[in-house]
Structure formats: C-alpha cells, structure tokens
Design a binder for this molecule. Sequence first.
Ligand code: ADP
Length: 505
Amino acid sequence: MGQEAERRRLAAQAQSVATVLLALGIFALDVLSPLQGAVAVLYTTVVLLATRAHSRELTLSAGFVCALLAVAGYFISHDGEALGSPAVRLAVSLVAIAITTLVSVRHQVAAEHRRLADQRYRAIFNAAGFPIWEGDWSQAFALLQGGRTPDAEAIDLAARTATICDANNAAAALFGLTRREELVGGTLLPFHTPAAEATLGRILAAMIAGETEIEEETRFVTAQGEPVDVLLRVTLPPQRKEWKQVLVMALDVTERNQTNARLAQAQAQLTHVSRITTLGQLAASIAHEVNQPLSALITYAKSGKRWLAREAPDAAEVSDCLDHVVSNGTRAADVIARIRALARRADPRQDAIDLGSLVAETVELLRRDLNTHDVTVAVTIPDELPPLVGDRVQMQQVLMNLMLNAEQAMAQVTPDARVLHVDVVSESGGVAVHVRDSGGGIAVEPESLFSPFFTTKADGMGMGLSICRSIIESHGGTLGAANHPEGGAVFSFRLPVAGQLESAA
Ligand code: ADP
C-alpha cells in the first residue's frame, strides 16, 4: 500500500514537470518561431493535462497562467505593432483557453459529485445493519438471453458463475463468516440448499421477465452447516444492464420462522385440548350413543341363544339375531371410531371434505345432547356441493362448537321455542354454513366474541370461537356472527372450493 502511494506520488510529480515543460515549450514556440498560426491555442492541451491532477484550483490556475503566457508572448513578439491579425489570434487563443478551463472545471465538479455519491453509497452499504451483497450475474445473463428457460442446468451454471463483487460484514455474518473479504470474489454456492436453488430459478425467471425488484423467501446453510431462513430482495439497478450489478438485500427470518412454528404447534395443542373439552361435555351423550347398540346387541344375542335352546332350534331366527348383533356391533364400533378420530392429535390434514355429510354426521353425534335439551334441529343441505379440501376433524370441531354454543344460548328460552337451524348453502366460489339459534342473541359487539378468553358462561373458557375462527381462516375462509332479524344469533362461515384454496395458499 505504501509503495503504491509512493509510486502514485512520483507519477504525479513527473506529470507536473511535463505540464510545466509543455507550457514553456509552447511559450518558446510562440515567441521564437515565425509561425503565423494561433500557436497560443496549444495552451489548451496544458489545461487538459492539468485536469488529470483532479484539483479544481490547479485547473483554474493552469488556465490563468496559460492566458498570461499567451498575453506575454503577444507583447514580446508584437509589442508596439498596430492591432491586427496577431491580436485577433491572441483573442481566439484566450477564448479557447477560457472555454477549455471552464468545461474542464465543470467536468471535475461532476466527477467529484459522482465520487462522493459513490462513497456515500459504499458507506451506507458497509454500515447497514442488515446483509447486503452485490453480484455479477453477467454470465447467467449471457446464457439466458438466447431465450433459454432457467432449467436445472442453467440454474446450476448461474449459481457457479454469479460472483459476489461486494458484501458487507452483516452479509458475512449471515453465512457464518467473520470478515466480508471471505465472501467477496466467491459465489454463494457453498451456502446453497435445494430451496435456494429453487429460489434462484424463480429469481432468474422473474429477471428474464423484466422485473427489477424481486422478493423471495428461501433457506441457506451457514459455513457451520446451520440452516438460515432469509427473505431476499433482489434489485437490478436500471442503469446497469446485463445483470452486472445485482443488488441483494437479506433479512434473517430464522427466528421468526421458528417462533411461528412454535406458535402453530401451541395453537394445534390448544385446538386439540379444546376438542377434548368439547368431547368431555358430550361424555354422557357419547356413552349413550355407544350403549344403545351394545344393549341391542346383548338383547339380540340373548334371544339368539333362546332360539338355539329350543327343542327344534330355528336356524333362520338365529341367523336374523346374529345379523342384528353384527349391525349393532358395527354401529357401536363406528361411534367409537368417530370419537377416536376427534380425540386423536394429528397434524392438520388435507382431506377431501363433503361438508353436507359432515354436517349430517355432526348433528347425529350431538342428537342426543340436543334432544336432552329439548332442541329441535332443522338441517338443509343441497344435493350438489362443490368439493372442499381441509382437515375433516377440525371442521367437525367448528360445527360441534357452534351447535353446542347455540344449544347453550337457547337454555334461557322456553323448550318449545328452541330451534337450531343448520343451513349449508352453495355459493359462487365456495360453500357457506349458517348455524342459527332462537336464543337471546348477542348483547355485545359480535366481533368481541372471537377474542380469546371472552366468555359469559360461569364455566366457560372463552376459547371456542377464537379457535373456530383460526381453523376456518387456516382453510382460507371466514367466520362471523350476527343477530338474526327474527331473534337469536347466527354464526356463518364460508370456505373456498378446493381449487381456490390451493391458489390462495
Ligand atoms: P365459551 O363457550 O367457553 O364461553 P366461546 O368462545 O365458544 O367460549 O364463546 C364465547 C362467548 O360468545 C360465549 O360465552 C357467549 O357469551 C357468546 N356466544 C357464543 N355463541 C353464542 C350464541 N349462539 N348466542 C349468543 N352468544 C353466544
């Protein structure tokens, strides 16, 4: 570095000497030679040489000195002469020197501004608390300009040739390195994951399509082998063509993603606990539901035995009894299977859901509980419903919650006025379900019912509706509440049809 500075100092000195010698040379030529041309115009070369020192003052001084020399030359050669063509030549030379000086100074000012702007940019670049790097993707540009699609091979080539021209320390830290110099000059290939490859493919496709601001989330792996999730913002400066300067800013979202994952896990556990609580509320009903076929089963088994104990056993009757044993056994097993499905803890699934039959099944599950509370049920389900995709058990949980809430809301009204309407409606782009009761209605702002822990029940937890809403929203739908004009409350949810859910996700 010291040697380099010394070398530059010597070069500058040599140049100054050359400039002075040139000026003197021109002066000698002007005074001594019999040339009749405007020799003094040559001083402009001296001014141009002086600009190379990058100092405005020096350029101005050079211009001034050259003008003086030109005037001095004129007086030495033509002193005492009447004003004639030599004076005109002097005037032309002076104008040429002045213009050259002014243009050079303006040029220097502009260059200085550019240099300062670049310095500021570099300072921000390096001081930014978040990772930034600049890549030269010109080889990928050359490869893809021919209309080639960014296939696996092209992506691989782009990844291997996109060199990092500059990076700040935050960028180095992102990849588990200590100094930015470790990143500069290399590529990001050592930090790639399959996800990063796929992201690169999407970025290249977007760049080919002419986009200049691209945002993508992806995953890299650090030098230590730790996964790191980042949100990338890729910018193509408009003045830099051919992808020579691709600016990438990154935001480390690893922690956010981990928190989100933990949150989703906690939410799933809460949903599960709430479902088990609901099942607990239905314990008597469920026990009855299982008991009924079991009692029938015992009755048929006993009567089968009696038919067998006869002197002339009646095989046909026995077979009929056994059929009943089988069907009641199956019924009991079905109920238990449904309850087990509700009680199981599982990650959210993507089942094909027939909402009509799910509503019918849920009403059956609650039937006895509703009967016990003197609730009349009116269900309407259209014949044709578009297919839905989602978690069947979670959806049933929503239906159970809304129906049990309705049942509880009607405890205040006379038994013969307790009617629960469940209407499934096919709508454009989705399916809506309205669960309406004839209870006292909602006394507060309906939205507040969906806040966690909001409850008006002595033994309520206040989590049911909040969980229902997050289930419906995670399926791309909406859940709301309102008072019905004819009294009572109506809870409605809407879910998009299968195709739309996928495109919304
Ligand atoms: P919880 O049932 O434990 O109170 P929810 O989140 O299911 O929790 O319900 C919250 C509150 O919303 C209830 O306490 C009740 O005040 C109100 N609510 C729910 N359903 C109805 C309804 N059908 N009619 C009137 N109010 C309702």
